[in-house]
Design a protein around this ligand. Structure first.
Ligand code: HEC
Ligand SMILES: [Cu+2]
Length: 341
C-alpha cells in the first residue's frame, strides 16, 4: 500500500527520541531528573540519619520535647541560598532548551504543513509558497489536503529536512503528541501554535491527542509516516492528482449514493461542488490511507462496511451520523470509497 512506512514504531516512548527536537527535550529532561534525584537522595539520607541516630528511648522519653534551636543564621542561609542556586540552574537548562527549539532557523526546503484539530480527527493541509505579503513574508497556500495520517520525509544530521507544523483547532483544545518526535503542543481555537519535526529514522510513528476533547478523545490517534525523500515525493504527487473515475458499475452507483445522501455536505472528494464546508475528513484519496476514523480501525473492507452501516459501532459518539443506508447502498458506497486511491 502506498502510505505504508516501515518499521512500525508503536512504542510511544519519550525516552527513546528519534527526532532532533525530541532529543533536545530528552537531554534537558535527563539533566533536570538527575538534579531532582540528587535532592531526593539527600532528603532520604537525612531522614534515615535522624531516624537511626535518635531512636525512641521508651514512652516516657517520647513525651519530652527535644532541645529547640532559635535563630541560626547559618542554617537559614543554607536553606535559602542552596534552593535558589538549584532553581537558577533549572531555569537555565529550561530556557536554553526553549530557545534552541523555538528559534531554530528552518532551511529553505522545509516541508510546511497546517494541521487543524477536529473532534475527533485531524485535518492536514500541505502548504506551498505563493508570493510574499505586504511585510515581505512568504504567503502559504494549500497545496493538497488529507487527513489523520501525516507523511513527512526522513531527515539526517548532514542534510536536515525538517517539517514545520502550524497547529490550529476548529472546535475545542486538542494536543498533538508523538513522543518519539517532539513534545506536546496544543491546538487552540483562534490561535496558531507552531512546532517542527525532524525525524532521523523512517517508520510509522504512533501518537495520541493529548488534551481531553470529548467522548472519542482516546480514539483521536496520530500516525506519522516518515518516508524516504523518494517515497514521500511519490506519495505527495499522488495526493495532488484527482483520482481516476472507476467504471465498475457498483462503484459508479456508490458515487451516486455519495451525492444522494449528502455525504458531500461534510466530506470533500475532488470535483465535489463548491463551497465546501470542512466538517469531515477529506476523502479524495481515502483508499490510500491505512486507517479509518483517525486510527480507530484498519482501513479494510470489513471495517469500512461496518463504518458505512453505522460509524458509531467502531467509534461510539463520533460526529458522523448513522446515514441509515440500505445494505446494497452500504456495499456500493464502500466499493466507491475503495476506488479513491
Ligand atoms: C454530518 C457530517 C457528515 C456526514 C453527512 C457524513 N460524514 Fe462521514 N465523517 C464525518 C466526520 C466528522 C468523520 C470523522 C470521524 C472521526 O474520525 O472522528 C467522518 C468520517 C468518515 C470516514 C472515515 C474517513 C477517515 O479518513 O477516517 C468515511 C469513509 C466517511 N466518513 C464516509 C461518509 C459517507 C460515505 C457519507 C455519506 C453516506 C458520510 N461519511 C456522511 C462527518 C460526516
Ligand atoms: Cu483531541
Amino acid at each position: 500500500m502506498l502510505s505504508a512506512a516501515e518499521p512500525e514504531r508503536k512504542f510511544t516512548d519519550m525516552f527513546s527520541p528519534l527526532s532532533v527536537p525530541a532529543e533536545i527535550i530528552h537531554d534537558s529532561a535527563i539533566v533536570v531528573s538527575l538534579i531532582c534525584l540528587a535532592i531526593f537522595l539527600v532528603v532520604v539520607f537525612m531522614l534515615c540519619y535522624v531516624i537511626f541516630k535518635f531512636p525512641s528511648k521508651g514512652p516516657e522519653d517520647d513525651k519530652k520535647e527535644p532541645p529547640q534551636i532559635y535563630g541560626s543564621s547559618q542554617i537559614e542561609l543554607a536553606w535559602t541560598v542552596i534552593p535558589i542556586l538549584i532553581t537558577v540552574v533549572l531555569i537555565l537548562v529550561t530556557v536554553r532548551t526553549i530557545i534552541d527549539i523555538q528559534d531554530r532557523e528552518m532551511p529553505e526546503d522545509t516541508v510546511h504543513v497546517r494541521i487543524i484539530g477536529h473532534q475527533f480527527w485531524w485535518e492536514i493541509h500541505y502548504l506551498k509558497p505563493d508570493g510574499v505579503d505586504a511585510n515581505g513574508k512568504t504567503k502559504w497556500v494549500t497545496d493538497f489536503v488529507t487527513a489523520n495520517e501525516l507523511h513527512i520525509p526522513v531527515s539526517s544530521r548532514e542534510n536536515p529536512r525538517p517539517t514545520a507544523l502550524q497547529l490550529e483547532s476548529a472546535d475545542v483544545i486538542h494536543s498533538y503528541w508523538v513522543p518519539q518526535l517532539n513534545g506536546k503542543t496544543d491546538l487552540i481555537p483562534n490561535h496558531t501554535n507552531r512546532m517542527w519535526l525532524e525525524p532521523l529514522a523512517t517508520g510509522t510513528y504512533y501518537g495520541n491527542c493529548a488534551e481531553y476533547c470529548g467522548t472519542q478523545h482516546a480514539n483521536m490517534l496520530i500516525r506519522v509516516m516518515v518516508q524516504t525523500q523518494e517515497e514521500f515525493d511519490k506519495w505527495a504527487a499522488n495526493q495532488r492528482k484527482k483520482p481516476v473515475d472507476s467504471t465498475d458499475p457498483i462503484a459508479v452507483a456508490g458515487h451516486e449514493v455519495f451525492y444522494k445522501y449528502s455525504c458531500v455536505s461534510c466530506h470533500r472528494i475532488d470535483g465535489s461542488p463548491e463551497p465546501l464546508a470542512i466538517f469531515g475528513p477529506d476523502l479524495t484519496h481515502f483508499a490510500s490511507r491505512r486507517w479509518l476514523g483517525s486510527g480507530v480501525a484498519l482501513n479494510n473492507t470489513e471495517n469500512l462496511l461496518s463504518w458505512m452501516r453505522d460509524p458509531h459501532v467502531l467509534k461510539p459518539g463520533v460526529l458522523m451520523p448513522n446515514m441509515q443506508l440500505s445494505e446494497t447502498e452500504v456495499e456500493q458506497v464502500t466499493a466507491f470509497l475503495q476506488t479513491l486511491k
